[in-house]
Design a binder for this molecule. Structure first.
Ligand code: TXA
Ligand code: MG
Length: 315
């Protein structure tokens, strides 16, 4: 659908109903869903055939909207002031009341925020009235799309609407900077250069030792890795008295607490519940969380990938 007021209104309706909308930003086309809905975010992974749950970028209209979601430190303020709207993403600690879904954050207590500099993206954000989680609008393993034809080639039939706003001017993804308590780090190079960031901050900036795509040094050192405090035991066929159970399709019973990711064995529903349920069971204070076997098909691969990381020995 050609970009314009009608497309923005249509996109907003679809997003608020939990659907998927591909839309242009200045960097690449994004595959958007309501960032506050675990179910809507789960459908992003289904459409992309993504084998793992990376945390996603939440797009917002402006600095004020970002501030409502996360604690921005002084570096983050300087960078936002200099580069927003634009191809810079800031990772910051979430506010307690932050409504961005745990699945969009891959269970983390931080959130990646970006204010896109594109009139179509801005119009959709304003009309939707909610943060929009959006990875690049391509199938997993393919290159990021910079025009609507690329998106249609990859995702036709898998999205509810593709808004055509012409070619993207930047053409590479946003630069990602993490502004967490351990100091500022460059997580991904992109549309804003490191030199430009260093000029604004007035000091050199360290690239993270653990860049996106690089092999992790150890499982616990992955920055985008959520691990519960309790131990995690996979492929459990039974539950000990001092364990909590993360079930799938009613396979387990017993233990101090039990939550079923999807009684109906629906993997999208299971993905949507995954991080929230892990947190709830972790809070039960059990010795370990026993996890029922989950099929490796469809989103099951991504669910099992995250569970394997959660179960890995701590660094
Ligand atoms: O240009 C872009 O940034 C495009 C357009 C659509 O805006 N979006 C994009 O999103 O590239 P995505 O979801 O593919 O980028 C997500 C990356 C993750 O792979 C991860 O590296 C980083 O952002 N990220 C997100 N949340 C994070 C967090 N809480 N901590 C650390 N890294 C995070
Ligand atoms: Mg991508």
């Amino acid at each position: 659908m050609e970009a314009g007021p009608a497309a923005a209104a249509e996109a907003a309706l679809i997003l608020r109903a939990g659907g998927l909308v591909a839309f242009p930003t200045e960097t690449v086309y994004g595959l958007g869903a309501d960032a506050t809905s675990d179910a809507a975010v789960a459908s992003i992974y289904v459409a992309k055939d993504r084998p793992s749950f990376n945390p996603l970028i939440s797009h917002v209209t402006d600095l004020g909207a970002a501030e409502a979601l996360a604690h921005l430190d002084s570096d983050a303020w300087l960078l936002a002031d200099a580069f927003w709207p634009g191809p810079l993403t800031i990772v910051a600690p979430v506010r307690r009341e932050c409504p961005v879904s745990l699945l969009a954050r891959a269970g983390l207590d931080s959130v990646a925020l970006r204010v896109p500099d594109h009139p179509v993206a801005q119009a959709i954000l304003r009309a939707a009235g909610t943060p929009i989680a959006a990875p690049s609008a391509n199938r997993s393993g393919r290159v990021s799309p910079t025009n609507a034809e690329h998106v249609a080639g990859d995702l036709d039939g898998r999205v509810d609407l593709i808004v055509d706003g012409g070619p993207c001017v930047v053409g590479v993804e946003s630069t990602i900077v993490s502004c967490l308590s351990d100091g500022l780090r460059l997580l991904r190079p992109g549309g804003v250069s490191r030199e430009a960031i260093e000029r604004v901050l007035g000091r050199p900036v360290a690239a993270s030792a653990i860049q996106e795509g690089a092999a992790p040094l150890a499982p616990g050192m992955l920055p985008s890795h959520y691990a519960p405090r309790s131990a995690v035991r996979l492929d459990a066929m039974d539950v000990a008295d001092d364990e909590a159970a993360l079930d799938f399709g009613g396979q387990l019973s017993g233990g101090v607490a039990r939550l079923d990711l999807s009684a109906a064995r629906n993997l999208s529903e299971a993905a949507a519940n995954l991080f929230a349920y892990l947190r709830r069971l972790d809070a039960a204070g059990a010795r370990a969380i026993a996890v029922a076997p989950i099929p490796e098909t469809g989103l099951g691969a991504a669910i099992n990938d995250r569970l394997a990381r959660a179960a890995a020995p701590r660094a």
